[in-house]
Design a protein around this ligand. Structure first.
Ligand SMILES: [Zn+2]
Length: 500
């Protein structure tokens, strides 16, 4: 089983400067290799006596190999077999180090992994619908990967050629796992290290036999509430980036950036503040989603979700063109823009990913169903009609069944999963009326103050109790020990998320 653990690094000044310079050097090799691949691809189309379009050098059959998907480097292995493009580029790394000795500072596996990253980007382009790999700049190229030589000891991690670096050991790694790869990543608030660990003895996706599944929960992703569950509970949608307060703040900070002179130090400072602000929003969302996902995974044996294509949902509307008047008509994009932002802020895809990860960890299954007609079908008589649903209300045109539209969708998803995977569970056709809100993270009340020395103040002062205004500062008042976490209450409320 493959697991990922993320820690924050605490490099000293020398180390962080080194990481920065590595990132610069690696980025330039990445961009050079990408250009090399593109050039050698174009060479295969050149007819005539040129071997390179740009330099217009004369072609010689001995020196240049005109092959589709070629690259600089040795094309043949010792045993007579042909190298792949990535391997060909790897053979040119020693020459790179000779010509530019400062590349010797970088660990050799990091340099190789950098080229493999390009290979993965190429493979994704040809196999799935990903875009063609882009040239990177310093804001899009922020990580590098080790595969060997990394050691861990206490709160220190050994990265080859960077040395021992301290890190915040926020959670222990499980026993029996081997380190597969380690990625160092620069973010706006510092450096992070993500460790991928593997245990071959643990199967990656332990699939429960169908007979053992006793409970299934159907989930419908929404915007009013983040998740609607088929057991009539729901999870709030805090709208981390799109609530009015955050939007206003972001606008202010963004404006501060745009009013500064370009390329000035003040602009850089303002930009850093903006990126920190955005990073904080992302972190809040991540934390909330992990806790929500854990609560859902804990609730039943199997989880049924829609197989959503979110990139299609946030596509732009097609432009409408009026040929007679020669201008564009309104196509509803400005109204859709706000909806798109809400959808992207909810980030359902990463939420489903987290549910899948946690489910795999605790031996549960995620069942994916086709999202077609899940919100239009009547769960009682299975009549499908787009007029069944009116906003939040569901009213079946044929049988008159009335329900909440969102919970109706959950039930449909659950029943679809039961049919599709042939589970032996009773289906329910209507939802219980009352909606129950599952409280997660910030929805929970703040832990109460724990009085370590609990003697009632009336005993000490003889019945008289002093009144303190907040302005006086609570910490200076005797008997009031500032803000303390309630250790015992926390055990019940928060520990649930820590047991993952
Ligand atoms: Zn009906």
């Amino acid at each position: 089983m493959l697991l990922g653990y993320l820690y924050k690094l605490r490099p000293n000044q020398e180390q962080s400067a080194k990481i920065d310079s590595w990132l610069d050097l690696l980025r330039s090799t990445y961009n050079w290799s990408l250009a090399d691949r593109i050039n050698s691809y174009h060479q295969s189309f050149i007819q005539g006596e040129y071997c390179d379009l740009r330099s217009k050098a004369v072609a010689s059959p001995l020196t240049c190999c005109i092959v589709k998907g070629g690259a600089t480097g040795e094309p043949w292995k010792d045993n007579g077999k042909k190298r792949s493009v990535c391997e060909m580029q790897m053979t040119s790394l020693p020459e790179l180090k000779k010509a530019r000795p400062w590349y010797k500072e970088i660990d050799s596996t990091v340099l190789q992994q950098n080229l493999k990253r390009l290979e993965v980007a190429y493979k994704n382009f040809f196999s799935s619908n990903r875009k063609f790999p882009k040239f990177k700049n310093c804001s899009t190229f922020r990580s590098f990967t080790y595969t060997v030589g990394v050691k861990l000891k206490g709160n220190k991690i050994y990265l080859p050629k960077l040395g021992w670096i301290k890190y915040y050991n926020s959670r222990p790694l499980p026993d029996g796992f081997k380190i597969k790869s380690v990625t160092v990543r620069k973010k706006s608030d510092g450096y992070y290290v993500s460790i991928r660990i593997e245990d071959v003895s643990v199967p990656s996706f332990p699939i429960k036999p169908v007979e053992e599944i006793k409970t299934v929960i159907g989930l419908d992703m929404g915007l009013g509430k983040l998740i609607y569950c088929s057991d009539n509970s729901a999870i709030n949608n805090p709208k981390f980036a799109t609530n009015p307060k955050t939007k206003r703040l972001q606008r202010i900070i963004q404006r501060r950036v745009s009013r500064k002179k370009k390329r000035s130090n003040n602009r850089k400072k303002a930009q850093k503040k903006l990126s920190l602000f955005q990073h904080k929003i992302a972190q809040k969302r991540e934390a909330y989603q992990w806790q929500a996902a854990q609560k859902i995974v804990n609730s039943s044996d199997a989880i049924a979700v829609e197989d959503l294509k979110i990139s299609n949902m946030v596509k732009r509307c097609k432009p409408k063109y009026d040929k007679e008047k020669g201008r564009f008509l309104k196509n509803g994009q400005s109204a859709k823009r706000a909806l798109n932002r809400l959808i992207l802020d909810a980030s359902w895809y990463s939420l489903i990913q987290k549910i899948e990860y946690l489910a795999a960890k605790s031996g549960k299954i995620v069942l994916k169903v086709n999202p077609k007609h899940t919100s239009q079908e009547c769960s009682k008589c299975h009549h499908i009609d787009s007029s069944n649903r009116k906003g939040e209300k569901f009213l079946c045109v044929r049988c008159g069944h009335v329900d909440d539209a969102n919970f109706q969708a959950c039930l449909n998803i659950k029943n679809k999963a039961i049919n599709q995977y042939q589970l032996k569970i009773k289906k329910r056709t209507f939802s219980q009326k009352k909606c129950e809100l599952i409280k997660v993270g910030r929805d929970l009340p703040e832990p109460k103050q724990l009085n370590l020395f609990q003697t009632s103040t009336s005993e000490l002062t003889g019945g008289k109790r002093r009144k303190h205004s907040a302005r006086n500062g609570k910490q200076n008042v005797p008997g009031n020990l500032g803000k303390q976490l309630n250790l015992f209450e926390q055990e019940n409320n928060y520990r649930a998320s820590d047991t993952l």
